[in-house]
Design a protein around this ligand. Sequence first.
Ligand code: NI
Length: 172
Amino acid sequence: MALLNIINVPDPLLKTISDPVAQVDDELRRLMDNMLETMYAAPGIGLAAIQVAVPRRVIVIDTEGDEKMRKPRFLVNPEVTWESEEYNVYNEGCLSVPEHYAEVERPASVKVKYLDYDGKQHEELMDGLLATCVQHEIDHLNGVVFIDYLSKLRRNMIVKKVQKATRDMAVL
Ligand code: NI
């Protein structure tokens, strides 16, 4: 397995609409394994393929956040088929927007259709942190980052700070 490079805002790739996966094969599983390792190393609880510059509809999630209780999920071509009328607010962050957090309101529960690591189809009801996380990651596949829900002023401020931090890091 290998660690992949995570891209940050304002990289225009993050605005890409990712392509559906035609087939879950060994090459895709290798990508998913590397994405999972990259996510754990970051550390984060969710990662979309576009964040490692691969425009395919693949996400990995593990909301357990505990090294001893890992519960990785691989979702290929994920699609929300139902959402609750009830909303939830979470303080969200993103590996492509390091060190910045903001409250985002999303449906509290969703039903998601996807293919798993073996290409088997599922439809699953998700709630709590998992529901928020899966919606955040599906947004990435559609070129949307959580800061897009904030005011333009706040978004621009965050992007400038991330840009500066990324530049300073490159100097070291
Ligand atoms: Ni994210």
